[in-house]
Design a protein around this ligand. Sequence first.
Ligand SMILES: Nc1ncnc2c1ncn2[C@@H]1O[C@H](COP(=O)(O)OP(=O)(O)OP(=O)(O)O)[C@@H](O)[C@H]1O
Ligand SMILES: Nc1nc2c(c(=O)[nH]1)N=C(CO)CN2
Length: 164
Amino acid sequence: MSRAVLSLGSNLGDRLAYLRIALDIVGPALVAVSSVYETKPWGVEDQPDFLNAVCLVDDPARDHWAWLATAQAAEKAAGRVRELRWGPRTLDVDVVTVDAVVSDDPRLLLPHPGTPDRASVLIPWLEIEPDAVLLGRGPVADLLRARPEDDKAGVVLRPDLRLR
Ligand SMILES: Nc1ncnc2c1ncn2[C@@H]1O[C@H](COP(=O)(O)OP(=O)(O)OP(=O)(O)O)[C@@H](O)[C@H]1O
Ligand SMILES: Nc1nc2c(c(=O)[nH]1)N=C(CO)CN2
């Protein structure tokens, strides 16, 4: 079994369409997808707001490297060009966690080290998995409680934008 959590983000062009490309590439492995959230950019703040979502995926045939390949295939399909670190992009797919895999290989850090600091990941993840635990870091609900209020306030549910 290989169960993973993927985070999806887009802040250029038809943002919702790019998130849908990611789900299409995940295909039947998709178990659950959160609502879409519009989020204030972290990292580089002078860029357009993001749409973010999180999905749970499960496929016995895909290990963590295969999930990275899936994430990168989705980014490529969305025409992503990497320019600035933390800068604008049509589609960013991060592998948040895969089963109990811990990796310090820079090509695939697991769990994704940015996760505890990103309300834009924690909030959608909790929506679809309220009891989620981030390997080595504890309950996702506790991580979210530790985020500053203005960080959480920058993550706004967009019920009018539906992925499926
Ligand atoms: N858990 C992971 N998920 C996706 N890519 C990862 C992961 N760990 C390491 N990487 C590597 O990160 C690189 C992609 O970085 P990218 O440009 O997407 O970073 P970023 O999205 O700007 O920043 P961040 O990784 O902090 O979200 C790829 O080369 C990939 O191999
Ligand atoms: N709110 C938000 N901010 C970001 C995001 C993102 O997905 N959401 N992705 C980034 C690129 O790594 C940089 N900043």
